[in-house]
Write a protein that binds this ligand. Structure first.
Ligand code: CA
Length: 237
């Protein structure tokens, strides 16, 4: 899940970025309308969190323009306390929801989850692929073993990576695409970060030999597509 945060208040942006990233979202940050437009032109986002008062324009007209140009990405608007008028205007401009400043971070996190929830997920928040079950609501992953399901402890980033793959069984996910969707534009760490996380996932999702010797030789759930990326096996025996 990749988000764009458009907020010129540096201190507030810092808090929101940290919180959202800790929850495993890839978040890009723009401090101006110009930067927001550039990011929206370049990348695919699942949600835009948009402040109204920006140094080079206002979020309202930015939102209205992008909507007029066919943008369907959900928009969560951040409005000022005295802005009853701006709240109505925000919804009219195509925002899906709004939060009045000041707000507590958990409220923003809850609105974010609500806007990202897909209709299908409301019915079944659980993804199952072979022996692995991922519960998007509870944020937990279970692995079947001979002695029953075992909880697999994953970091938020590993969870986001696995969720991305499990939503696309049998589909090749390019390394660069995974980097974009699970990390963010400013990521400038190790270039093999995707491979490292995949290796960790494989290790964690493998049943300990002592737990189930009969599982020895089972196919890897995550397949490497040489030179391209990774694919989650659609059918695991
Ligand atoms: Ca502002």
């Amino acid at each position: 899940m990749r988000l764009l945060l458009v907020e010129d208040d540096g201190a507030l942006a810092k808090v929101l970025l940290r919180g959202l990233r800790e929850e495993g979202y890839a978040v890009d940050h723009a401090g101006t309308c110009a930067a927001a437009n550039e990011s929206l032109d370049l990348n695919d986002y699942q949600l835009v969190i948009l402040d109204l008062g920006l140094p080079d324009g206002d979020g309202l007209s930015l939102c209205a323009k992008r909507r007029a140009n066919g943008m369907t990405t959900p928009v969560l608007m951040l409005t000022a306390r005295d802005g009853v008028g701006s709240t109505v205007a925000g919804l009219d401009a195509g925002a899906d929801d709004y939060l009045t400043k000041p707000f507590a971070y958990p409220e923003l996190a809850a609105r974010t989850r609500a806007l990202l929830r897909r209709p299908a997920e409301a019915v079944s928040p659980v993804l199952q692929q072979g022996p692995v079950r991922l519960d998007t609501a509870a944020h937990s992953v279970w692995r079947d073993t001979d002695s029953g399901p075992v909880l697999v402890p994953l970091t938020p980033r590993e969870f986001a990576l696995l969720e991305h793959l499990m939503r696309r069984p049998g589909e090749v996910c390019r390394r660069e695409h995974l980097l974009e969707q699970v990390w963010d534009a400013n990521y400038d760490g190790l270039s093999n970060v995707v491979d490292v996380h995949i290796a960790n996932l494989r290790r964690k999702l493998t049943v300990e030999p002592s737990v189930a010797a009969s599982d020895a030789g089972e196919p890897d759930l995550i397949e490497t597509v040489r030179g391209v990326g990774y694919r989650l096996l659609a059918e695991v025996a």
